[in-house]
Design a protein around this ligand. Structure first.
Ligand code: PMV
Length: 327
């Protein structure tokens, strides 16, 4: 697929070294379920916000040992880890000579695989670096299509700000990519409440598959997403924070409801996750407009506006604040 896609660019020679950065992104309306497992084609559209300078920087050069070498935050990654295998599977799509080996130096300032979208920024940074390395000169939409092959949500990490991933309808995925949405909301803040920075038990890939195949609630998920995306655009147009954030919170809860009703059930909540959700709801009852979203991990991401930062920070002193439009 990649060979056909890159056509005569597939065999282009490499420059000595190339680097790129891509931000992590958090889905405001979630991608949950694939219509094609190999190409990471989603059942529905999704909508995200990128996390400014939180993300991954990747540098590619040639490895002069007889194997691919991957460094993650300065440490060499063991060949027998899922992280190594996934990245090598992705690089294999672009390797034209089986005897050629990559040296990949990747630095991430977000916890790996804790439902904080580190794979999204990782694959997006990798594909951007490959674009320089092989001098493909592809545009962001084309890079989004390639990044999607590494991890679905990576196709949204090519841009800062709001991104809409269009599911597309073509079997080859050539219309399934991110689109930059020009709206900006400088007062918007994301608070990362990191409970467990360790590797999660069940990958989003496995969890999605289990849910789509077995949850009786999955049938209504595509309609929920379609409605929520419309509500989100309306709220964005009018800068209606309550409508915006309420839609986002309900969408995350609906996604987790599909998981809870899968066979076997999938639960990413930990006791601390639930406690944080109650804290957020308590603040709301006290008229502090704060909402949350949660991905395939126990962490909570709070959503609020800058004017409420002090009150919210007092409640959650360890919260890491991200200003998505400051980059
Ligand atoms: O792209 P993946 O395979 O890491 O899946 C991402 C799944 C969620 O984070 C739960 C939702 C999303 O849209 O990012």
């Amino acid at each position: 697929m990649v060979k056909q896609y890159l056509k005569n660019k597939y065999n282009q020679p490499a420059v000595p070294t190339a680097s790129a950065f891509a931000p992590a992104n958090i889905a405001l309306i979630k991608y949950w379920g694939k219509r094609n497992q190999t190409l990471n084609l989603p059942v529905t559209d999704s909508f995200s916000i990128s996390l400014a300078d939180h993300g991954t920087k990747t540098t590619i050069s040639e490895s002069h040992s007889n194997d691919d070498v991957i460094l993650l935050n300065g440490e060499q990654v063991d060949k027998h880890t899922a992280f190594y295998e996934r990245l090598i599977d992705f690089l294999n799509l672009f390797r034209h000579d089986p005897n050629y080996h990559f040296y990949i130096d990747t630095e991430s300032n977000i916890p790996i695989a804790a439902g904080l979208a580190s794979s999204a920024s990782g694959f997006a940074a990798c594909v951007k670096a490959l674009n320089h390395y092989y001098q493909w000169e592809l545009n962001k939409t084309e890079l989004s299509i390639l990044a999607r092959l590494g991890s679905g949500s990576a196709c949204r990490s090519l841009w800062h700000g709001f991104v809409h991933w269009h599911a597309g309808i073509k079997p080859d995925g050539s219309d399934s990519h991110g689109e930059y949405i020009h709206d900006s909301w400088p007062e918007l803040r994301i608070g990362l409440l990191i409970i467990d920075g360790q590797q999660k038990a069940l990958s989003s890939r496995q969890a999605m598959l289990q849910t789509t195949l077995t949850s009786p609630f999955y049938k209504i998920w595509p309609n929920i997403v379609a409605d929520d995306i419309n509500h989100l655009y309306d709220a964005l147009k009018n800068k209606n924070f309550q409508k915006f954030a309420q839609t986002i919170e309900q969408n995350a809860l609906a996604m987790h409801a599909t998981m809870l009703t899968a066979q076997a059930p999938i639960m990413y909540y930990q006791a601390e996750t639930i406690a944080l959700i109650h804290d957020i709801w308590r603040l709301r009852r006290d008229n502090v407009p704060v909402y949350f979203t949660q991905d395939a991990g126990p962490n909570i991401k709070a959503l609020f506006l800058a004017q409420h930062l002090d009150t919210i920070q007092t409640q959650f002193p360890t919260m890491k604040i991200v200003s998505p439009f400051a980059h």
